[in-house]
Design a protein around this ligand. Structure first.
Ligand SMILES: [Zn+2]
Length: 125
């Protein structure tokens, strides 16, 4: 097994066993991205004003999606569209709620709360 290369910053992992990029927090293996999604999955209807900045990147592995930030009053603020295989980096905050929706139907695929743990890369599939 070859050491992985980070898809965000391009750094090479020192060994094949490394799961998280030590420079930017990107998941080097798919399983760790799934864990970050599972930990952040939420039913929350609005963001928490924590002011703890956290950089995250949405990576779209399916048909086009749209991103909405649920603001402090629970209003969905549009943050654009992510095409298939495209990445969308954001500086967000711990406790901020993101709604990822199918661009075609508007159906919500994932509601996710930003957390302060690595990996910082969230794969949508
Ligand atoms: Zn990296």
């Amino acid at each position: 097994m070859q050491p992985s290369q980070c898809s965000t910053c391009g750094a090479k992992a020192a060994s094949a066993g490394e799961s998280i990029c030590k420079y930017c927090g990107t998941a080097l293996h798919e399983d760790f991205s799934k864990l970050a999604i599972a930990l952040g999955r939420t039913q929350a209807t609005r963001s928490n004003d924590t002011r703890l900045a956290v950089p995250i990147t949405f990576l779209n592995r399916r048909a086009a999606v749209t991103l909405h930030w649920l603001d402090f009053d629970g209003n969905a603020q549009p943050y654009g569209r992510v095409e298939p295989q495209a990445q969308a980096p954001f500086n967000t905050y711990v406790g901020h709620i993101w709604s990822i929706r199918d661009a075609e139907s508007g159906h919500e695929l994932l509601r996710w709360a930003a957390t302060d743990q690595v990996p910082r890369q969230i794969e949508i599939e």
